[in-house]
Design a protein around this ligand. Structure first.
Ligand code: IMP
Length: 440
């Protein structure tokens, strides 16, 4: 049973890219199963001169920096062909071979310029409504691309390889979207010919990457390969389990892995949840532990909490264990990796939400419906902070007692072990001899 899944357990940006990159050398294949270029997975390493180098991946899996790893973009991803080709160029310019090591599913749906145009018009319309209910999307066309997929009118990667089919499908789609843009949103129509001519040109550039990735993965598993499945965004943004409608349009949760890659659930051995030592959220929607004060600003500045894809400041708040318990339940995490512990150093006290108060009653139930979540009040347990900068710590026992107690409390509350603690952006800033087994 050799599939392991790495999943964001909060609202995304938990540091999945770093953990996937770290785990990659132990795997033969790293495969992305959902989302699109809305993700931003940041990898930081030290170059030969000891300088930190950074690369933000949006579509290519985070295993690409390890030469023995094959990377797969699965059928569950919505692929912006321009964005992926641009990303491949940038990675190749670092001297890394992508051509031989990246496989793109023939069944993945494409994101086209009209998806972004429709999304922009929809968001503007929502924002101008009296109750301003814009989602605060990343503007990458994700929602409209998945809408077309499920409306059975989407265009897939395989269609890029046949110019006549692509021309015909594109014309029909653009004409339909132009009617929507003009008649419903009073927005500008797109130039059909320009888009068709631009996109038919991608066939030769993308051809060598395209394959039946489900078949490739299942064969590899039969041959004994180990596959690391990489989720994007976070469980609380899942279209079914997140705070709908303030969610993304795919399934970052564990179930999304099997449908997004075409691998059987019986092959899944490990489900690793990634949680930040506090919480952040970008975009709109309820966020019970949000700190609209100096402590929140301290987390934002010290944690560099600005979107890796859009640059938007992230909303920051205390760790929400009610929410984490919920995503732990849905995903069945075997283990947790806690990231950005170093950011909490220097806080006088550290709070953790252990219950919600709703209608005068305390509860540990997480209500995913946005209208209820908006109204809950967090009930906190307060821990003493620690002064010590922990970025150089490599062994668990070197952490301040307060930090160890904090980690032990998280593990105990959830009944799930913590196997890794990340204490800085670089690959070497990781503690793996963590001694906080699940006790609940
Ligand atoms: P979309 O995925 O662009 O449609 O955006 C829907 C919601 O998900 C918005 O609140 C976005 O800010 C959020 N979102 C999408 N991708 C990410 C991500 O990679 N990290 C954090 N939030 C994300």
């Amino acid at each position: 049973m050799p599939v392991s899944i790495v999943i964001g357990s909060q609202w995304g940006d938990e540091g999945k890219g770093k953990i996937t990159d770290l785990m990659s050398p132990d795997y033969d294949v790293v495969a992305r199963y959902q989302g699109g270029a809305n993700a931003g997975h940041t990898i930081v390493w030290e170059d030969e001169d000891g300088e930190d180098e950074e690369f933000v991946l949006h579509l290519v899996p985070s295993g690409i920096f390890h030469e023995n790893v094959t990377c797969v973009i699965g059928n569950g991803v919505v692929l912006d062909p321009k964005a992926v080709l641009d990303e491949i160029d940038k990675i190749q310019s670092l001297g890394i071979d992508v051509e031989e090591r990246l496989k793109i599913s023939h069944n993945a749906h494409l994101i086209m310029p009209y998806h972004k145009a429709v999304e922009a018009a929809q968001e503007e319309e929502r924002a101008s409504a009296s109750d301003d209910d814009a989602i605060g999307t990343t503007g990458r066309g994700i929602g409209p691309a998945y809408t077309d997929k499920f409306a059975r009118s989407g265009i897939r990667v395989v269609d890029l390889l046949d110019r006549d089919v692509l021309r015909q499908k594109l014309r029909r789609s653009i004409e339909e979207k132009n009617a929507i843009l003009q008649d419903i949103y009073d927005a500008e129509a797109l130039d059909v010919d320009r888009i068709v001519e631009e996109y038919v040109e991608f066939d030769q550039q993308i051809d060598s990457y395209v394959t039946d990735t489900s078949k490739y993965l299942c064969n590899a598993l039969d041959d004994g390969a180990h596959v690391l499945a990489e989720g994007a965004q976070g469980s609380l943004l899942d279209v079914d389990f997140g705070s709908y409608p303030y969610v993304t349009s795919s399934h970052p949760t564990a179930g999304g892995c099997c449908t997004g890659l075409g691998v059987p659930p019986t092959e899944v051995e490990q489900v690793l949840g990634i949680a930040k030592a506090y919480c952040t959220r970008v975009g709109n929607g309820p966020f019970p532990t949000e700190l609209d004060n100096e402590a929140g600003e301290q987390l934002r500045q010290k944690g560099g909490e600005f979107g890796a894809t859009t640059g938007r400041p992230r909303r920051c708040g205390w760790l929400d264990l009610v929410a984490l318990r919920y995503t732990n339940m849905i995903n069945g995490f075997n283990d947790l990796a806690i990231t950005k512990l170093d950011i909490l150093s220097g806080m006088e006290e550290v709070k953790v939400c252990t219950q919600y108060k709703y209608d005068g009653k305390k509860t540990r139930r997480f209500p995913s419906e946005a209208q209820t979540l908006e109204r809950v009040e967090p009930v906190y347990q307060t821990f003493p902070g620690w002064e010590k900068d922990v970025t150089d710590v490599r062994r668990f026992h070197q952490l301040p007692a307060e930090a160890k107690d904090y980690l032990a409390f998280i593990s105990e509350y959830l009944g799930t072990s913590v196997g890794m603690v990340s204490n800085g952006p670089r690959r070497d800033q990781i503690i793996t001899d963590v001694e906080v087994p699940a006790t609940a």
